[in-house]
Design a protein around this ligand. Structure first.
Ligand code: ADP
Length: 203
């Protein structure tokens, strides 16, 4: 019997990462969104919440008792040492939670679990999955897609893309690289091919 296949899908905004995840879902994947897990873990009373308040102080708590993301962002994006602290406080908690969720799917007989993450949490993420799939696309396609989807201007989309990890950084952690510059049909064909390479029996 085949065991559980765990795939990490990552890539910058507009690359087509969510589209790849949707295709995998169609072929039977259970999906975990790292960003949702991170949000859950920083809700009041959750483990990362306490750690963040302990370090950054009660001043970042909003009126609704939640962490005020804007205030936290203002701190960490103007001081990279603080960003590193935030990452250190949260990453291991998020990875631990993802591990629990994967185990849950394993125990319920899942055949494939996909973890989608924009920023692949360094070591934890890479150790957690069997294969890291990086989705890349030309900058012009990415800008066009982001503009269409999020109603950003050209400049806004370009700025977002520039603020994220470079293609080279993604490539350095990739087990598989998916170039998504063609049609959606081509993308699906590529994904099917990769699943076959993983010996996943397509339904
Ligand atoms: P990401 O999750 O990496 O930000 P998405 O998968 O959401 O990117 O894709 C961004 C937008 O581009 C979506 O609206 C999606 O439908 C569209 N898109 C993705 N890949 C293609 C493609 N190969 N051809 C046409 N549109 C695409």
């Amino acid at each position: 019997m085949m065991g559980l296949l765990i795939i990490g899908v990552t890539g910058g905004i507009g690359s087509g990462k969510s589209t790849v995840v949707r295709i995998l879902q169609k072929y039977g994947a259970d999906v975990i969104f790292a960003d949702d897990v991170a949000k859950e873990m920083t809700e009041p009373g959750m483990p990362a919440y306490k750690e963040i308040i302990k370090h950054f102080g009660a001043g970042i708590i909003g009126e609704d008792k939640r962490i005020d993301r804007k205030k936290l962002a203002d701190i960490v994006f103007s001081d990279s040492a603080e960003l590193q602290v935030l990452n250190r406080l949260t990453h291991s908690i998020v990875v631990e939670r993802i591990r629990e969720l994967v185990d849950g799917y394993r125990n319920s007989g899942s055949k494939m679990v996909v973890v989608e993450a924009i920023v692949p949490v360094e070591h934890g993420f890479l150790d957690l999955v069997d294969s890291v799939w990086v989705v890349l696309a030309d900058q012009s396609s990415r800008i066009e897609r982001v503009m269409k989807r999020s109603r950003m201007t050209y400049e806004e989309a370009e700025r977002r893309i520039k603020s994220q990890m470079s293609d080279d950084m993604y490539i350095s952690i990739a087990d598989q690289i998916i170039y998504n510059n063609g049609s959606l049909e081509e993308l699906e064909e590529k994904v099917r091919g990769l699943l076959k390479d993983e010996n996943y029996s397509l339904p």
